[in-house]
Ligand binder design. Structure first.
Ligand SMILES: Cc1cc2nc3c(=O)[nH]c(=O)nc-3n(C[C@H](O)[C@H](O)[C@H](O)COP(=O)(O)OP(=O)(O)OC[C@H]3O[C@@H](n4cnc5c(N)ncnc54)[C@H](O)[C@@H]3O)c2cc1C
Ligand code: SF4
Length: 448
């Protein structure tokens, strides 16, 4: 199943260890036996892909690992990565009845990892492909949205071709997820599994108008349908003096270098600041700290209570030494005569608004900006009939995920504005159901 990996050795990501290692068989069975197999199973309601959680846990408890993996992957074809990357604390495990008794919830993510990893790594066949239909679908972007849609289409016998502009497929699942949860080579392993259904992944192939890019017109002419899984665009910038130049980087870009760039180093960085209060800010700060940067602080314009990032992730980062500076607004980046970053000038803020005369300078060598990402509006709008809303999100019919063009569907971050991997999978499932009706076949298998 393995192709030659596009990942180079000597990446900083390799220094990170799993913070939730794979269960042993004994651990998995002991944890599975804690499950009460609730009839109304609130954990299922907490899963955007509605995995039958009590059913797969019972199968683990009875030693039926293949059955457990099939239950998971039938509902969520990327259940292998979701087991590792899902914020279960606010999804399935957050809904587990044990929480009401102030007892630890069932470790659903770790059980899901146990079931899927043992079966996929052993190459146990789970699903077979239907005979070829002769229908062809192009999927733009090789992130979780396109990968899950392509897998489901391929199992139905359709030719599914993914076009990805980067040399490393997987989108943020490869190059964004915190490396203490999931490594890029784990994401690539899962992509090889998806490719084993017949999905073709063409990397280094951008769709758009530029030189060498495949035009939307060509895709619409050559394929029966198109799925847009474009994700989000580049990191947003602060727009303050001193921002241009070395030592200031977008947080998503920084994480991509940590995960994917051979030889990337943080040598000489003694103090780092991460601007923002969302999950990307927490991840970037946590990763810098775990990579040995002695002082790492997050600078957030509002109070901790107003942060968008998950409380459990902030607690975890804080335990590893990340400091949070709340109620501070960045005003300017100050540099030495040789151009190196020296400090960030901030002003104390009340409800996000600067209070004049409260400036302070925070010394730093590196500033990572995590205040959001731009939207992939230009490429989306170059498909006739496809519209974006005022926030730059692709407009779809929520019941079908079809855009204003009857042969173009979309899902994932470019539609929802930036959620989780599991949401991208759930939206792809909705789109595929409608695509199959359009292409002339029934419901998708695995259907869940
Ligand atoms: C730092 C960070 C950490 C995260 N951590 C988690 C986490 O722990 N758990 C979790 O569930 N979610 C996490 N997320 C969110 C999750 O990664 C995304 O929701 C998910 O990857 C969205 O999938 P997608 O397929 O919509 O987009 P993406 O993963 O962004 O994939 C889109 C792909 O499309 C490609 N593309 C774009 N335009 C073109 C074009 N014109 N031609 C060809 N290819 C193109 C891009 O290169 C990219 O590979 C994180 C996000 C970030 C930024
Ligand atoms: S809510 Fe908790 S105990 Fe009940 S079925 Fe789900 S995982 Fe098991």
């Amino acid at each position: 199943m393995a192709d030659r990996s596009p990942l180079s050795p000597d990446r900083l990501e390799e220094r990170f260890e799993d913070y939730k290692p794979l269960y042993t068989q004994g651990e998995a069975i002991a944890e599975a036996n804690r499950c009460l197999y609730c009839v109304d199973a609130p954990c299922i309601q907490g899963c955007p892909t509605a995995i039958d959680i009590p059913s797969f846990i019972r199968k683990i408890a009875t030693g039926n690992h293949k059955g457990a993996a099939r239950t998971i992957l039938s509902a969520n074809i990327l259940g292998y990565s979701c087991a590792r990357v899902c914020p279960v604390e606010v999804l399935c495990a957050g809904a587990c009845v044990y929480n009401a008794w102030e007892r630890p919830p069932i470790q659903i993510g770790r059980l899901q990892r146990f079931a899927t990893e043992s079966i996929l790594r052993d190459g146990v066949p789970l699903f077979s492909r239907k005979p070829a239909t002769g229908r062809k679908v192009a999927l733009v972007g090789a992130g979780p949205a396109s990968l899950s849609a392509a897998a489901l289409l391929a199992l139905e016998g359709h030719a599914a071709t993914i076009l990805e502009r980067r040399s490393i497929p997987g989108g943020l699942n490869s190059l964004g997820i915190a490396p203490y949860k999931f490594h890029a080579d784990d994401a690539l392993f899962e992509i090889e599994w998806v490719k084993s259904f017949g999905v073709e992944v063409r990397t280094g192939t951008a769709v758009g108008e530029g030189p060498g890019a495949v035009s939307p017109e060509r895709l619409l002419a050559e394929y029966d349908g198109v799925f847009l899984g474009l994700g989000l665009g580049a990191d947003s910038t602060l727009g303050i003096p001193g921002e241009e130049g070395p030592g200031v980087v977008g947080a998503v870009e920084l994480i991509a270098r940590i995960k994917g760039q051979a030889g990337f180093r943080l040598d000489g960085v003694a103090q780092a600041l991460v601007v923002g209060g969302g999950n990307t800010a927490i991840d970037a700060a946590h990763e810098l700290r775990l990579l040995g940067v002695p002082l790492v602080a997050m600078v957030y314009r509002r109070s901790e209570a107003e942060m968008k990032g998950y409380g459990h992730e902030m607690d975890h980062a804080r335990r590893d030494g990340v400091v949070l500076l709340e109620n501070r607004v960045p005003m300017a980046i100050l540099r030495a005569p040789d151009g190196r970053v020296r400090s960030l000038r901030v002003t104390t803020a009340k409800e996000g608004n600067p209070i004049p005369g409260t400036d302070e300078r925070i010394p730093t060598d590196l500033i990572a900006v995590a205040i959001g990402q731009s939207r992939a509006t230009a490429i989306a709008k170059s498909f006739p009939g496809v519209e974006v809303d005022a926030k730059g999100r692709i407009v779809v019919d929520p019941a079908t995920h079809r855009t204003g063009n009857p042969r173009v569907w979309s899902g994932g971050d470019c539609v929802n504005g930036g959620k989780e991997v599991v949401n991208a999978v759930a939206e792809a499932k909705v789109a595929v159901r409608d695509m199959l009706a359009f292409l002339g076949t029934g419901s998708p298998r695995p259907s869940g």
